[in-house]
Design a protein around this ligand. Structure first.
Ligand code: HEC
Ligand code: HEC
Ligand code: HEC
Ligand code: HEC
Ligand code: HEC
Length: 574
């Protein structure tokens, strides 16, 4: 294709990081910092001599820490293990949970990198940033430190330092005793969003409550052995439980560092609340914690417990197979609490969900007249919220090729180059610009990308979370049932999609009108919707900071398999 390449400087920025990995194929990139993490109780190294060791290795253990108000998952796994449903499928909660992105929310190297970048760009706000970012990614350590009246810091000698007394609790991410101790206070309200969940830190063991979905649990064994009392909590079944961390407002500042307001950075709960899924009472859990087959005995102690039904599995996958792949390859460097095989399996489940349950694509018409091929492609969403979802680095796009009878490509839009830039995407060529939403595509330098683009308080494109004041573009596909003109301001469509009459709740229709020149009929149009969690420009912007943690992430990213996920395909010939 003849599209301009991204600027040399940006390619160089990425090349520098990838170059450091050249010549060590098969080996993990050097984690430049923090200095190679000290072996922790969550990892054991059992590399057989001679064979390349999986990293993290088989047999990686669950964390065993205890703090005043939280415990590691190994405590729970002593009873909540070997759980099988009626078809014999293993539905053990700790095994399903341990490889999720939530279990890895603190180890996530792009999260750590972004925290360091936000601090580098807003040093006067270091304390605010560290407290904010740890609230959901290191929620046990953050909550515990606040309860103790201790400072909340992540970098340097903060929670990430293996010597910190809350390190093990921090690195265990969104774990059992966090989610199950969230009380029903404030849930689903603006006060309760942004990680403002309430955990009761005043009740002592063994009376601390673990909320669950069942009435009248047999409480004594768990109380005696774990120091927590299981009890029914209706809020565990609701979307509002998830919303406390998944609806996120971030404070933003102007160029001088003055806080001006709050920006709706992630809003899947509000999107869900304005979709048909909320109207039909299909909660987050129903899609993200799929139902087991029939009843399940939920504890292996004491004997002869009756099975519980319904049982929701802690599968908890989204769209981020990229990061799960990074963790499956180098997670040992990050003290992963799951082994490589479990992380690979989770990445595969993620890819399956993206390919099978995220969106459909249909070629609704394909007509050739006077040397012009015209096609209508309809994408229809299956998600309970916008797609792409949540974190504003996600993007999905249409890759379309037209070939003639000889197989020669006569038109292509949305090809992705090996370095990750999308051909024709203005943002991948020039950081100050972005690709507009298209209703009709007539040239190969146009591409339909469904994505959010953040703008700062001066109206310029920004990738800095703390500078994001509004969306310059938000044409993420709307869930079914969303009424575009009536959406609340926080989730409103922004940019040209607002005025595109076939961009509506449930999907979008894109028309391709292309000259086929000297090509010989019949012509075949092939289309695919592709998805990736980290856009090229987001990563290029992050790596430009050159902090130790952004460099480390760049090493992993550069060496990772970054093939985008295929969401849906359609093809036709005329
Ligand atoms: C209210 C809870 C909450 C807070 C506070 C929060 N995050 Fe997150 N963060 C999330 C959730 C939920 C996701 C996952 C969303 C998704 O997968 O799209 C996420 C994802 C991310 C990702 C993408 C991770 C990946 O692997 O692609 C980055 C980077 C990130 N957060 C950075 C930050 C930074 C920096 C801060 C502090 C300024 C912060 N987060 C504060 C909830 C939070
Ligand atoms: C992200 C929050 C979250 C985390 C982390 C989490 N759970 Fe759950 N758990 C839930 C929710 C929500 C339900 C209820 C689901 C429903 O019934 O809709 C649940 C249900 C359960 C149940 C009842 C059986 C079932 O699955 O329906 C058990 C037992 C349980 N969790 C144990 C654990 C253990 C042990 C861990 C850690 C290894 C853990 N949970 C981690 C949110 C969480
Ligand atoms: C000594 C074994 C044991 C340990 C250790 C244990 N549990 Fe339980 N847990 C049980 C039993 C028994 C039940 C009740 C089973 C029933 O009534 O069907 C239960 C019930 C639960 C429920 C469901 C409560 C409800 O009402 O829906 C959750 C959630 C739960 N446990 C989470 C945890 C977590 C989190 C940990 C770790 C901090 C943990 N358990 C540790 C044995 C244990
Ligand atoms: C304590 C805060 C917290 C709670 C409560 C919570 N989450 Fe999360 N969740 C997170 C964070 C943080 C991440 C992002 C981890 C990352 O990407 O680094 C995340 C990521 C996810 C992902 C993304 C996985 C992927 O592949 O990218 C899904 C799906 C998810 N959560 C579902 C849920 C559901 C469903 C609930 C309610 C049952 C829930 N979460 C409750 C904090 C939370
Ligand atoms: C109708 C099914 C459905 C419902 C309901 C649903 N989701 Fe999802 N969700 C999906 C699918 C499919 C994906 C994977 C594709 C994607 O990234 O959107 C997903 C992805 C996600 C992600 C991961 C995004 C990423 O960047 O990896 C998060 C976080 C998430 N959902 C949170 C939620 C929350 C919170 C709720 C409830 C308020 C919810 N979901 C309700 C189907 C659903």
């Amino acid at each position: 294709m003849m599209h301009p390449r991204p600027t040399a400087a940006l390619v160089a920025a990425i090349a520098v990081v990838t170059a450091s990995l050249a010549g060590c194929a098969g080996e993990p990139p050097k984690a430049r910092t923090p200095a190679a993490p000290v072996a922790s109780p969550t990892t054991i190294v059992t590399a057989p001599a001679g064979a390349p060791a999986p990293n993290p290795p088989a047999g990686t253990r669950l964390a065993t820490f205890t703090t005043a108000d939280f415990s590691g998952p190994s405590v729970c796994a002593s009873c909540h293990a070997n759980m099988r449903d009626e078809s014999g499928t293993d539905v053990s909660v700790p095994d399903d949970w341990r490889a999720t992105m939530m279990a890895n929310a603190a180890r996530d190297p792009v999260w750590q990198a972004k925290v360091s970048s936000e601090i580098a760009r807003n040093p006067e706000l270091t304390a605010v940033i560290e407290e904010k970012c740890t609230t959901c990614h290191m929620p046990m350590a953050e909550t515990q430190a606040v309860a103790f009246g201790q400072p909340v810091t992540a970098l340097g000698d903060g929670f990430l330092d293996p010597a910190h007394e809350l390190h093990a609790a921090a690195i265990d991410g969104v774990s059992c005793t966090l989610c199950h101790q969230v009380s029903d206070t404030n849930l689903g309200t603006r006060d309760g969003f942004s990680g403002h969940y309430v955990v009761d830190t005043s009740t002592e063991a063994p009376n601390r409550i673990i909320h669950g979905p069942y009435e009248q649990p047999f409480a004594r064994p768990m109380q005696n052995m774990s120091g927590y009392t299981p009890a029914f909590g209706a809020h565990m079944l609701t979307a509002e439980h998830c919303a406390t961390c998944h609806n996120l407002y971030t404070p933003y500042v102007d160029a001088a560092g003055t806080v001006l307001g709050e920006f709706p950075e992630q809003t899947p709960y509000t999107e869900w609340a304005n979709s048909r899924y909320s109207a039909e009472a299909t909660s987050c859990q129903e899609c993200h914690m799929p139902l087991a087959d029939g009843g399940v005995v939920i504890s292996n102690r004491p004997g002869r417990l009756a099975p519980r039904e319904p049982f929701f599995q802690h599968v908890l996958v989204g769209g981020n197979s990229l990061m799960l792949g990074i963790l499956a390859t180098w997670g040992g460097d990050m003290e992963a609490g799951a082994d490589a095989a479990a992380l690979e399996e989770k990445a595969a489940l993620t890819a399956d969900q993206v390919a099978g349950a995220t969106a459909d694509l249909a070629l609704e018409s394909l007509v050739l007249a006077d040397g012009t091929l015209e096609a209508d492609l309809r994408v229809s969403t299956l998600t309970g919220h916008k797609f792409p979802t949540s974190f504003p680095s996600r993007r999905a796009w249409l890759h379309v090729t037209v070939t003639d009878s000889a197989g020669t490509i006569v038109f292509e839009s949305g090809a992705r180059s090996p370095d990750g830039a999308i051909a024709g995407n203005a943002a991948d060529e020039d950081p100050a610009t972005f690709e507009p939403h298209h209703d009709v595509i007539t040239s190969p330098d146009q591409v339909q990308i469904w994505e959010p683009i953040m703008g700062n308080s001066d109206g310029d494109v920004t990738y800095t979370l703390l500078r994001a004041a509004s969306y310059l573009k938000d044409n993420r596909l709307l869930p079914e049932g969303a009424d575009k003109p009536a959406l609340p301001a926080d989730i409103a469509v922004a940019g040209a999609a607002a005025g595109d009459s076939d961009f509506v709740g449930g999907g979008d229709v894109v028309t391709y009108r292309v000259e086929v020149g000297d090509g010989v009929a019949p012509f075949t149009l092939s289309a695919e919707v592709l998805y990736e969690p980290l856009s090229y420009r987001f990563v290029a912007d992050l790596l430009a900071d050159g902090t130790a943690l952004t460099e480390r992430f760049g090493g992993y990213w550069g060496a990772a398999d970054r093939t985008p996920l295929q969401v849906a395909v359609a093809e036709g010939t005329t």
